[in-house]
Design a protein around this ligand. Structure first.
Ligand SMILES: Nc1ncnc2c1ncn2[C@@H]1O[C@H](COP(=O)(O)OP(=O)(O)OP(=O)(O)O)[C@@H](O)[C@H]1O
Ligand code: SF4
Ligand SMILES: [Mg+2]
Length: 322
């Protein structure tokens, strides 16, 4: 059921793509909500369906099944004309801002572009707004006259953020916004996103393949494997008690300095290839790579089971322990 305190709810959402007459199950029966002003972190390896969920969430892709509800309104089957005014409130920041910026447009024009399209303000008001946004994301006003090739990766991501903010959104999908940046720059951008969230009361869907990055910013973490949610919990609960074998592998691969009393986490590489999303494995989709699989795992699909406060796990071992 859609959650009334949520800005965005996915209710049993699936997305199939047809590729050369074969059906690819990119997202399978995914349900979760983003509370207003909070961040949900979406984590999983490449191809697990993170970006597809992000695009479904802001109406860039139609769902095959289920409902996507934005501020109480089912946007799943809205016609483009009805969706357009809502789209202003939902923005996206990409991993590679350079790819989404025209090389022939100055930074100022790129930020102003969306305001232009939505008929916001007079030319003078838009120019002033561009300057305000540049300053707010930590760039000099003079950056408005620069071309994308003149800026560093971190500066370009700041432009991407300014552009996303230009329409005063309420929800921002951040799709791997720091994955291409150096670690020191990653931290600056994450801190900027955190400050902007507080200042503008933004809600984020924060996508990353890196659990350490997700931990920093998220209130709730959703772990995806082959288009399905395998674990979901508030961030502290997940880090205290990661339960799904896949989440535990992701945890193990975080290289972090142990805190006093905390044992150093081993770096573990998951064995085996990611199965084809055209023909996912029977039973538990993780059974072909799971280090603790039992006989039942290849035959029966596990249920999503509540094992703690708002802590859900999809694994037979968790079912029998709960
Ligand atoms: N437009 C499309 N047409 C066909 N298949 C697609 C399309 N978009 C995504 N897919 C497939 O859907 C699955 C999920 O892709 P998605 O891009 O959502 O994964 P991801 O978790 O974002 O991966 P990455 O970490 O590499 O960005 C993949 O198997 C991908 O090949
Ligand atoms: S259900 Fe079985 S294969 Fe799947 S994660 Fe749990 S133990 Fe591993
Ligand atoms: Mg992606």
């Amino acid at each position: 059921m859609p959650d009334s305190d949520a800005i965005l709810t996915f209710d049993r959402v699936s997305k199939d793509f047809v590729v050369r007459r074969r059906v690819l199950h990119a997202v399978n029966q995914v349900s979760f909500s983003i509370p207003v002003g909070k961040t949900v972190g979406l984590v999983g390896e490449s191809g697990s369906g993170k970006s597809t969920i992000g695009r479904l969430g802001i109406g860039l892709l139609p769902a095959t099944a289920g409902q996507v509800v934005f501020k109480g309104q089912d946007i799943t089957r809205l016609k483009p004309n009805a969706l357009r005014p809502l789209r202003q409130s939902m923005q996206i920041i990409f991993q590679d801002p350079q790819a989404s910026l025209s090389p022939r447009m100055t930074v100022g024009d790129a930020i102003e572009d969306a305001m232009n399209i939505h008929g916001m303000g007079t030319p003078q008001q838009r120019k002033r707004r561009v300057e305000e946004l540049l300053e707010r994301v930590g760039l000099p006003v003079s950056a408005a006259d620069a071309y994308p090739f003149e800026l560093s990766g971190g500066q370009l991501q700041r432009v991407g953020i300014a552009r996303a903010l230009s329409l005063n959104p309420e929800l921002v999908v951040c799709d791997e916004p720091v994955s291409a940046l150096d670690v020191s720059i990653q931290i600056q951008i994450i801190q900027l996103l955190q400050d902007l969230q507080r200042e503008y009361h933004l809600s984020y869907l924060f996508i990353s393949h890196n659990l350490a990055v997700v931990e920093y910013l998220s209130d709730v973490v959703v772990v995806l494997y082959l288009g399905q949610i395998v674990e979901q919990a508030p961030v502290e609960e997940l880090f205290r008690r990661a339960t799904h074998p896949y989440t535990r592998v992701l945890m193990d691969s975080i290289l972090r300095v142990p805190q006093p009393g905390e044992s150093a986490r081993r770096f573990t590489v998951l064995k085996g290839e990611v199965p084809s999303p055209f023909s996912p494995p029977s039973g538990c989709p993780f059974h072909t790579r799971c280090p603790v699989a039992i006989d039942r795992c290849s035959k029966e699909v596990p249920e999503l089971t509540l094992i703690g406060p708002d802590h859900w796990v999809k694994c037979h071992l968790a079912e029998s322990a709960s």
